[in-house]
Design a protein around this ligand. Structure first.
Ligand code: HEC
Length: 113
C-alpha cells in the first residue's frame, strides 16, 4: 500500500508525467494537419516539414503552445496553431506521440541519468 502511494506520488511529481490528452479526440483533430505532415505524421510532403510521429508528447505540446503564443514563429504553423485550444493541443500531442515513426529521439533513460 505504501509502495503504491509512493509510486503514485512520484508519477505526479515526474516531469514526464502524462499531460492529459485524449488520443482518440486528437486523431479527429489531426486530419487537417496530414495535408502537410503526411498520413501517419511520418511522411511529410516536403523536406522543410518535420516528421512528428513518435515525437515526445510534451515536446509536441510545447511546440504547438509556443506557435500559438508567438514564442515560436513560423509563417505556416502560426496560423495552424492559432485556432487550437489548450485541450486541442494536449489531444493532438497525445495522438501524434503514439504513432509509430522513423523519427530518432534520444531515449528517455539517457536523459534522466
Ligand atoms: C500547410 C502545411 C502544414 C500544416 C497544414 C500543418 N503543419 Fe505543422 N509544420 C509545418 C511546417 C512547415 C513546420 C516547420 C515549422 C518550423 O520550422 O518551425 C511544421 C512544424 C510543426 C511542429 C513542430 C515540429 C518540431 O519538430 O519542432 C508541430 C508540433 C506541428 N507542425 C504540428 C502540426 C499540427 C498538430 C497540425 C494540424 C493542427 C499541423 N502541424 C499542420 C507545416 C504544416
Amino acid at each position: 500500500m505504501k509502495t503504491a502511494l509512493l509510486i503514485a506520488l512520484l508519477a505526479l511529481a515526474s516531469p514526464f508525467a502524462q499531460a492529459g490528452g485524449n488520443a482518440e479526440a486528437g486523431a479527429q483533430k489531426a486530419k487537417p494537419c496530414t495535408v502537410c505532415h503526411g498520413a501517419g505524421f511520418d511522411t511529410p510532403i516536403s523536406a522543410d516539414i518535420p516528421r512528428l510521429a513518435d515525437q515526445y508528447e510534451d515536446y509536441l505540446a510545447r511546440a504547438l503552445t509556443d506557435y500559438k503564443s508567438g514564442a515560436r514563429k513560423n509563417p505556416v504553423m502560426d496560423g495552424q496553431a492559432a485556432a487550437l485550444s489548450a485541450q486541442d493541443i494536449q489531444d493532438l500531442a497525445a495522438y501524434i506521440s503514439g504513432l509509430p515513426g522513423k523519427l530518432k529521439v534520444i531515449p528517455l533513460h539517457r536523459l534522466v541519468q
